[in-house]
Design a protein around this ligand. Structure first.
Ligand code: NOJ
Length: 713
């Protein structure tokens, strides 16, 4: 109540001070212009500064005294602070202590759920289900906004063609067309179709602009060098799709692109983003990426970096304090013009206005909402459904899956009775203790009808160096102190007593994500030894994988009976996995990223270009490896079902057409198996001849259809 009153007073103050005509209500343009007119330079710079709170660590530096900065109007937005109570308190510091009472924005990495955690975005993309993806973003926004957040640093729309790069986990895979549709669906979900009248829509942020996924050698933050053709053709369209969907903010990437760091690139930020695409929101940097232009060798010092960033079109500085420290001096020295600052401030204030924060700065600080909107039964059910829609069946020899809910099942592996890793990384305020382990999911599914024998079998890894790195960054790898031999012996004992063995192997959540590149993307060695030992018992094996990137699985594919890629499936992982394993759900997901046979094939993606000497096994001088096939182990678009589908009668409505013609392509799909199921029908084209060559295959359409056993569509 106190704040509502304060704000009605403020509105009157605003109306009286800024309107040329006190009786007419001001529109957004007038309101913002009037406000900017009375702001001091320091107040303007404050709006362009974003600091993290000390509630979460998502970068190399933490800033103390952010509360003093809020009170003195030196910061316009805070991230990594949440709960309606805490954001209310911080908001109160801003609106009650500063001269102009301008409210703060509250940002957070709500990437795949806030508390109800959905599958990692790469996993979710394998559902190819745009409605489900939009829905998960909507739920994430509803929960985050009930927890004080009004700005998410998502969607991450970087095309990822290199599985060594740990951040492939955060995106929608390797395809531009699908990635663009998913990007737009996520923006719509977060922003509630741009309806900011309610308090469940939050602003989204298209990141990381641009070409971050093309880091050389798959090493995070690394250099990117590519033709403008590839940039525009492959990497930029998902960002453009975000603009078209009305995304309110953009985040610059850490990498340099063709010699220019993204935070200093007026080519990216002005020429393309503002002029070509007409983007109207504001641009924030990634964490300290202005400062990092010094390390790149692009700026002589931080002050110079600030000058380059604002001149390039960066509106807000995340955590670097470069704008905070140097913008005033740069302006006083005439190195930057006040109109540039005014432009940036306007971009930021307009978004605060759109969110309705000038009407009610506490709009997102409703403490009653958390209890009723977070982790509701419906949200959890949706998470379970999306998780099972995201899991890809890679192999199913002799239809070993689904399993009967009877007999004795051995459940083995470091991830079999694990909760910590299921929610993946970038899991916002998600509480891993609330996630359903595979063991629990199995118990829920089979009740007393079958016996489950559990053994851990191995630690996630025995590599001490890796464990230290993961734990130093909050990885929480808990190590079983028994020797690898003891763990394997126990597991073999359990396997021998069982009819079938289900193994849950893969990565820990910290082995993918930011700063988590790997040069060997196999299942960790010690887990592989366990798998080999169990394989030697001769028992049938179902391998459930958890990981944030494609893995190299050649041995597993040759030797293991069934393989299900479950990614990190979120809060409801165990239930969703059990749904598939026991046949209560028929898997329908298809890979959105290529699984290579070996690391040596990387980068490998489905939409490659032909060479002048295409592969021919009978001819020496063709494009190939001496030691391995060119083809991947599992291609983009691949995934099995418990039923089978036949494609017949592929028809075009005409065989000749010109550039403006529409072509209708029809195909009949029949469910030829005995179970109902969903099929993702994919349309690829190959433009045979062009003045610029085109890939051998390009996805241009798809449709996910449900067919009853025997049914055709
Ligand atoms: C760095 C990451 O690159 C970015 O994705 C994230 O949004 C920010 N840190 C804030 O946590």
């Amino acid at each position: 109540m106190k704040f509502a009153k304060l704000f009605s007073i403020l509105s009157i103050l605003f109306a009286c001070s800024f309107s040329s005509n006190n009786t007419a209500p001001k529109n957004k343009e007038e309101f913002i212009n009037d406000l900017i007119n009375i702001m001091t330079l320091e107040e303007k710079i404050g709006q362009m500064v974003l600091f993290t709170s000390d509630w979460a660590v998502t970068g190399p530096s933490i800033r103390e005294n952010y509360i003093d900065d809020i009170k003195s109007g030196k910061v316009g937005a805070i991230f990594n602070a949440y709960t309606a109570k805490y954001t209310r308190q911080l908001q109160q510091y801003a609106v009650e202590n500063t001269r102009l009472h301008i409210p703060l924005l509250f940002g957070y990495d709500v990437i795949h759920g806030h508390k109800t955690i959905f599958p990692i975005p790469l996993g979710e993309s394998c559902s190819w289900d745009l409605t489900a993806i939009e829905r998960s973003a909507r739920i994430a926004a509803t929960e985050a906004s009930a927890d004080g957040i009004n700005w998410t640093y998502a969607p991450m729309v970087d095309i990822g063609r290199d599985p060594r790069w740990g951040r492939v986990a955060e995106g929608a895979g390797e395809d531009t067309y699908l990635g663009s549709l998913i990007a737009a669906a996520r923006v719509k979900g977060f922003q509630g179709n741009n309806n900011f009248k309610n308090n469940t829509s939050i602003i989204a942020c298209a990141k990381h602009y641009a070409a971050y996924g093309a880091a050389q050698s798959g090493r995070d933050y690394n250099t990117v060098d590519m033709s403008e053709n590839t940039l525009r053709d492959i990497y930029l369209p998902p960002f453009k799709a975000c603009v078209d969907a009305g995304v309110k903010t953009f985040m610059t990437s850490f990498n340099e692109l063709n010699g220019v760091p993204a935070s200093g690139s007026s080519f990216l930020l002005k020429d393309i983003l503002r002029e070509e695409w007409g983007f109207k929101g504001f641009v924030v940097t990634d964490y300290t990426s202005i400062n990092e232009m010094v390390n790149h060798g692009f700026a002589s010092d931080e002050k110079n970096a600030g000058e380059l960033a604002i001149n390039a079109g960066v509106d807000m500085d995340m955590q670097g304090a470069v704008y905070y420290n140097y913008l005033k001096a740069l302006t006083d020295e005439g190195k930057i013009n006040i109109t540039q600052i005014d432009k940036a401030v306007k971009n930021i204030l307009e978004i605060k206005y759109d969110l309705g924060l000038f009407d009610d700065p506490y709009k997102y600080c409703d403490e009653e909402r958390a209890a009723k909107d977070i982790m509701t039964k419906e949200n959890l059910e949706t998470a379970r459904d999306i998780a099972r829609k995201s899991m890809v069946l890679l192999k199913n020899e002799n239809n070993i899956l689904p399993l009967e809910k009877s007999g004795t099942i051995a459940l083995i592996g470091p991830l079999a009775d694990d909760q910590r890793n299921l929610i993946g990384n970038w899991s916002a305020a998600g509480d891993w203790k609330k996630s359903v382990s595979v063991l629990q999911g199995f118990k829920n599914a089979i009740s007393d009808n079958a016996t489950i024998l559990y053994a851990k079998g191995a630690n996630i890894t025995d590599d001490k160096n890796l464990i230290k790195k993961l734990n130093d960054n909050g990885g929480d790898i808990i190590i079983d102190t028994r020797s690898p031999e003891q763990l394997i012996a126990e597991a073999m004992d359990v396997a021998k007593k069982s009819d079938v063995v289900v193994m849950v192997l893969g990565e820990s959540q910290g082995m993918s994500g930011e700063a988590a590149s790997r040069s060997d993307i196999g299942i960790p060695e010690n887990q592989k030894k366990l798998l080999e030992a169990i394989h030697a018992t001769g028992k049938p094996i179902v391998l459930l994988l958890m990981n944030g990137r494609p893995l190299t699985l050649s041995w597993e594919d040759e030797n293991i009976n069934a393989i299900l890629e479950t990614w990190f499936g979120g809060t409801e992982s165990g239930n969703a996995i059990a749904d598939i394993v026991f046949g209560d759900y028929n898997p329908s997901a298809k890979l959105t990223v290529t699984f290579p046979r070996t690391v040596g094939q990387i980068p490998i993606y489905y939409n490659y270009k032909n060479t002048g000497r295409p592969f021919d096994e009978n001819s020496k001088y063709t494009s190939k490896y001496l030691d391995i096939a060119n083809t991947p182990l599992y291609p983009f678009g691949y995934g099995l079902s418990y039923t089978t589908f036949a494609y017949t009668e592929l028809k075009l409505n005409k065989n000749e057409f010109n550039f403006t013609d529409l072509i209708t392509i029809t195909v009949t799909i029949k469910n030829t198996g005995t179970r109902d199921g969903e099929e993702i029908v994919q349309l690829y084209i190959h433009d045979l001849v062009g003045s610029i060559t085109r890939p051998v295959k390009e996805l241009k359409g798809f449709n996910k259809i449900f067919l009853k056993a025997g049914e055709s569509k």
